[in-house]
Design a protein around this ligand. Structure first.
Ligand SMILES: [Zn+2]
Length: 539
């Protein structure tokens, strides 16, 4: 009989401190919802961009329809400073503007009265920044396919949509809908979010591809894919849910794609089962072959995983990025620092996909395979209002998924848990949500105050530590245990395994003890249900 926690880490490795990062005015201009941004609500973007793959330059315009929420004489939009602004028009009149970092301050000759609607059109162009390591480092991706045909895309999550088009680049404000047009050389296809409305010939052997997004859309989800694409589609139907699945892959990849993308229908069935109907049926669902690994671009997911399944027999990019349609695209955050909401729920959706396709045991094995990647060096919730993107590692993915898995086991009532999860997606459909709102929602619907639980995992880098003392006398033993956590009054069950048997304990921050007689087999904690560390302490 030995005490054998399945995972054991010394306390000393947790004594990790992070030096406070300083933020600049540029960070605040980009990340804060200052009065020059909160004074207006964008209702519609009308974006048109000509993309010149030879010169690696873009030129275009964006007409921004907005509702004045205050009397407005001046407002802020955003466009990276390496792109030039030719003019900004309001009622056919040129407007004065000044630029500071990536912000553009626009002055009106008259006051736009609160409650009225107005439109400004920004004409711009230049050489957009190229991505060094897409999709993790944002920017343009000027590639060529195997036959030397241009294959162009953009990924700008975190980096900012304002790296290539002018807009209010703050996650709190999504347009209600958006028209997106690309002018590209003949012979190339331009795919974007939403539905293709028209393709028309332009001067100089160019075509204009016009797409329309009929739902609110995150700024970083707006995208394009330009290349020598072949297109195929199929209908999707699952009860009331009905829409089209469209696939765009490079020339020569169609047969392989048809076979590989067969997993999409099963995935959508699973996600609709757990999270409710696909949130963007009018815009359909698309997978578009990209030269980078993947990105959750709304209704037009970037797919660059070379038609490969992982060791768990699914395509990570298809499953993960599609999960974002519910968590990230439909339900979205206001501030980039709260990206845990997008990534934790989406990573958790991978586990639920495994549970749906196979069984709970296999789903837990999948989750266990991600556990060793959890670093516990930074809080999952970042500082607000600076467009925070400073996470090292993937805790907002794996630790976040584990936090939710642990919560399911705290609740220990799957009907209540899954009912709540579905309500969470449904009630925040096409809406933004903040961290306190997520916590309040789960507190209310799970019918208990779980604020301490979320606070421990979201605000603190460290895991709760189960301190244990084991006293052995022959075949008898006494086990003492308590939680040591950053949040006072932390409480969470754990499952103690005694040989073949399991006993649920409810440790608190106070020492409790349990005695055993005539133990046969090993004592250990089940590490598959909750996320914590175990520390053996001396008396
Ligand atoms: Zn993701």
């Amino acid at each position: 009989m030995i005490f054998r926690p399945f995972l054991f880490l010394l306390l000393s490795c947790l004594c990790f401190t992070i030096t406070a990062q300083t933020y600049t005015r540029a960070d605040s201009l980009r990340g804060a919802l200052g009065p020059l941004r909160s004074c207006y609500d964008v209702t519609f973007y009308d974006l048109e961009v000509k993309i010149d793959a030879k010169k690696r330059r873009i030129a275009g315009s964006n007409a921004i329809d907005f509702l004045a929420l205050q009397d407005i004489k001046r407002l802020q939009v955003d466009l990276f400073s390496n792109l030039q602004i030719a003019k900004i028009l309001y009622k056919d009149q040129g407007l004065k503007f000044t630029r500071e970092h990536h912000a553009v301050f626009i002055d009106f000759p008259e006051t736009i009265k609160k409650g009225t609607k107005a439109t400004i059109t920004i004409y711009y162009g230049g050489t957009p920044i190229e991505a060094e390591r897409p999709p993790w480092d944002g920017g343009f991706v000027w590639e060529k396919d195997e036959r030397g045909t241009p294959w162009v895309g953009v990924a700008c999550e975190g980096f900012g949509a304002s790296s290539w088009w002018p807009l209010k680049d703050h996650l709190s404000d999504e347009p209600d809908s958006m028209r997106i047009a690309y002018i590209v050389p003949e012979g190339l296809t331009a795919v974007s979010n939403g539905n293709l409305r028209s393709k028309r010939k332009m001067a100089g052997n160019f075509n204009r591809w016009e797409w329309f997004v009929s739902y609110p859309i995150n700024s970083y989800n707006v995208t394009f894919y330009i290349g020598d694409y072949v297109h195929f589609s199929e209908p999707y139907q699952n009860g009331e849910s009905q829409f089209t699945l469209d696939y765009y892959v490079l020339y020569g990849h169609k047969e392989q794609a048809k076979e590989h993308f067969a997993q999409v229908t099963g995935m959508l069935n699973c996600f609709e089962h757990y999270f409710g109907p696909y949130p963007f049926p009018r815009d359909g669902y698309k997978l578009v072959e990209a030269s980078y690994w993947g990105m959750e671009h709304q209704s037009a997911i970037a797919y660059g995983n070379e038609f490969k399944n992982n060791a768990w027999d699914f395509d990570y990019i298809i499953i993960h990025e599609s999960g974002h349609e519910w968590f990230g695209n439909s339900l979205s955050v206001n501030d980039h620092a709260e990206m845990w909401i997008h990534e934790s729920f989406t990573t958790y959706s991978e586990m639920l996909y495994m549970e749906c396709q196979h069984n709970h045991e296999k789903a837990v094995q999948y989750l266990m395979s991600q556990r060793s990647s959890i670093r516990n060096k930074q809080a999952m919730l970042g500082p607000l209002e600076v467009n925070y993107d400073g996470w090292n590692g993937a805790d907002i993915y794996y630790k976040g998924a584990w936090m939710l898995h642990g919560l399911r086991n705290v609740v220990n009532d799957d009907d209540l848990w899954f009912g709540t999860l579905k309500k969470f997606a449904a009630q925040h459909r096409l809406q933004q949500v903040t961290t306190p709102e997520v916590i309040a929602f789960f507190n209310k619907h799970l019918k208990r105050d779980l604020s301490y639980y979320f606070t421990q995992y979201l605000h603190h880098p460290h895991l709760p530590i189960l301190q244990v003392k084991l006293k052995k006398r022959g075949k008898n033993a006494t086990l003492s245990y308590r939680w040591q956590a950053n949040v006072s009054g932390f409480i969470m069950p754990v499952d103690l395994q005694i040989g073949e048997e399991t006993q649920r304990l409810l440790p608190t921050s106070e020492w409790q003890s349990i005695s055993f007689k005539k133990i046969s087999g090993e004592l250990g904690f089940d590490m598959t249900k909750f996320l914590f560390e175990v520390e053996e302490v001396e008396d």
